[in-house]
Design a binder for this molecule. Structure first.
Ligand SMILES: Nc1ncnc2c1ncn2[C@@H]1O[C@H](COP(=O)(O)OP(=O)(O)OP(=O)(O)O)[C@@H](O)[C@H]1O
Length: 579
């Protein structure tokens, strides 16, 4: 029943039309064959043989989004951080009856937004070039909403005004709660001038009729009529003066108001981060005990707890499971150890809500977070191709269109990807600045394209016994101890200390991870990867110069004194010479 008249899968034509814009895009490389529901089309999710989800964030994709909205059963369309252009077609219940989550942020889409979708739950259209007003939006069920940083104007309807200012910021023409009040300048001016114009002719007419003889050319104007004429003239002059004064006042008021709207709009952007923290957007959406972040809107605690799970591994901070939910979504669930995280901490809670906003192609996305009845679960995207640790162990992993082993090109691209992820975390606008606190090979995962993604940002920063656990080396996978110790024995790294954790973290119970200690850990990983067993390198090695260059960067990162280490942005700049 999924075939159309020509015997073709019904969802194939729209997907192929979209692919036609992106013939050479790596993100759509797997879109081959005639059955998009065969399981091999990356980014396409099907239920009962129909496409219900399209997930194409960060794919460097171009063209129009329109073909994807022709998928008759699509429930989730997320295509953020691409270069899509053109207009968003008007959508209503008859064109898109199943659509629940539409995520279009960070593209170049333009035109108006015309959506009448009574069941839409998520609309993220920020960072585009949409213009016009919001009056063509009828989204009574929407819970996650953001149209900031577009070219929208007009008044925010009362229905949408329940969202925080950060949902609307960066649109200079938008006004009304939660942004500053709208000034109906044209109406006000029109009314004022309308009143004065309306009055003076009638007053003149009255005057005219009172005088009775002006139009008749009577030269001998009566005293009364002269006085009436003068009174009318003075009256008119006063009215004109009043209306000019009102107009000037209105003009000044309007200018101030517009300026304050702009200031407020800028301020809204500057304060966006804090706003989200305070006003609840950062809180995500509560869904039965689970706080859901962007892209995790469909998660439910109940279905997480019911899901079939497979243990991926156990670390100091807890255990990680691969969970397959009822509707086929696969996630990785980290269950935090009660020993390391014994009590509820506001700081940790806040950190998780911040971590839920990290979205970058080299950072594993946190989609949800649960903290109830002493149970703490973190829900991440499941990355299917293992970790840097498994590559270092000599395993061959899939990804990037074929089997991957630790050849030189792979080593460099993994290190460069991880460095970009870490730099994004370090430069994310947050106060205090974000720290990863547990950079090591098992936390550098490989996505479906084989790209490196940094996982578990910040979790270990709030662990209770991090100091005790480091010297006992439980903190490190055993395999690494000798190698890491060897790397750390290098003169500049102040031998005697081993592992990925910076030496300063060993001293004193109050030691807390910092961005400098992250750089140290990254340096250790880099040295590890660059110097790892060449037997796993199947040719195309780095060459002396490149290897030495990378080792030098690793040495700088692992300087004993934190202040001597470079910042991640500098590390990236140095590494880019070898990329
Ligand atoms: N999102 C994910 N997708 C796929 N595999 C993952 C994901 N997160 C973690 N893993 C894998 O699960 C295993 C266990 O990870 P876990 O984070 O629990 O332990 P760890 O990294 O060894 O130690 P720590 O508790 O210090 O982070 C590791 O092999 C890790 O690579």
């Amino acid at each position: 029943e999924v075939a159309n008249g020509g015997g073709q899968h019904q969802d194939l034509p729209p997907l192929l039309s979209f692919k036609a814009y992106n013939a050479d895009a790596a993100a759509l490389e797997s879109w081959v064959g005639v059955n998009p529901c065969s399981g091999s089309w990356i980014g396409v999710r099907c239920t009962r043989g129909r496409v219900v989800g399209v997930f194409l964030d960060n794919g460097s994709l171009v063209g129009s989004v329109a073909p994807l909205l022709e998928l008759a059963h699509v429930r989730v369309l997320t295509i953020r951080r691409n270069s899509l252009s053109g207009r968003l077609p008007p959508l209503d219940n008859s064109s898109s009856p199943w659509l629940r989550h539409l995520l279009l942020s960070h593209n170049n889409l333009s035109g108006g937004i015309h959506l009448s979708l009574p069941s839409l739950v998520t609309l993220r259209a920020d960072h585009n070039s949409f213009h016009g007003g919001l009056q063509a939006l009828n989204l009574p069920m929407v819970r996650s909403f953001n149209v900031s940083r577009n070219k929208l104007d007009g008044e925010i309807s009362s229905d949408l005004s329940r969202f925080p200012s950060s949902a609307f910021g960066g649109n200079l023409g938008l006004c009304g709660h939660p942004l500053p009040r709208c000034v109906h300048a044209y109406n006000a001016l029109g009314d004022t001038s309308g009143a004065s114009i309306g009055q003076s002719p009638s007053a003149a007419m009255d005057g005219g009729s009172t005088s009775g003889g002006i139009s008749s050319g009577n030269r001998g104007l009566s005293k009364l009529s002269v006085m009436a004429l003068m009174a009318t003239g003075i009256g008119n002059a006063v009215l004109i003066l009043i209306s000019v004064a009102i107009s000037v006042a209105m003009f000044v008021y309007m200018r101030r108001k517009l300026r304050s709207t702009k200031d407020a709009s800028d301020a809204a952007l500057c304060l966006e981060e804090e706003d989200k923290v305070r006003n609840g957007e950062e809180k995500g959406q509560k869904s039965g005990g689970l706080v859901c972040f962007e892209g995790g809107e469909e998660l439910k605690l109940e279905s997480l707890l019911k899901a079939s799970a497979e243990v991926l591994g156990k670390g100091v901070s807890g255990s990680t499971y691969k969970a397959v939910l009822d509707d086929g979504i696969v996630v990785a669930v980290k269950r935090l150890s009660a020993l390391q995280f014994p009590c509820r901490s506001k700081a940790f809670d806040r950190l998780m809500r911040l971590a839920g906003r990290l979205r970058h192609q080299h950072v594993v996305s946190l989609r949800g977070y649960c903290d109830s009845n002493g149970e703490r679960l973190l829900v991440y995207d499941y990355l299917p191709n293992g970790s840097l640790l498994s590559l270092l162990r000599g395993n061959v992993v899939a990804g990037g269109g074929g089997a991957r082993r630790l050849d030189w090109a792979t080593r460099k691209s993994i290190l460069f990807g991880a460095a970009q992820g870490l730099n994004y975390i370090h430069t994310f606008p947050a106060r205090p600045a974000l720290v990863h606190a547990n950079v090591k090979p098992s936390n550098i995962l490989l996505d479906e394209h084989g790209a490196a993604c940094v996982s578990e940002c910040g979790v270990m920063r709030y662990a209770a016994n991090i100091q005790q656990s480091i010297p006992q080396a439980r903190f490190l996978p055993e395999l690494f101890l000798d190698r890491a110790a060897a790397a750390a024995a290098a003169p500049s790294s102040g031998g005697g200390w081993h592992g990925y954790a910076a030496p300063e973290l060993a001293c004193g119970a109050g030691a807390r991870a910092t961005q400098e200690s992250d750089v140290y850990s990254f340096g250790m990983v880099l040295l590890e990867v660059v110097t790892a067993d060449k037997a796993s390198d199947d040719g195309g090695g780095g060459g002396e110069e490149e290897t030495m260059g990378m080792v030098k960067i690793g040495m700088m990162c692992t300087a004993e004194a934190p202040e001597e280490r470079p910042r991640m942005a500098q590390v990236l700049a140095m590494m880019s010479e070898f990329m």
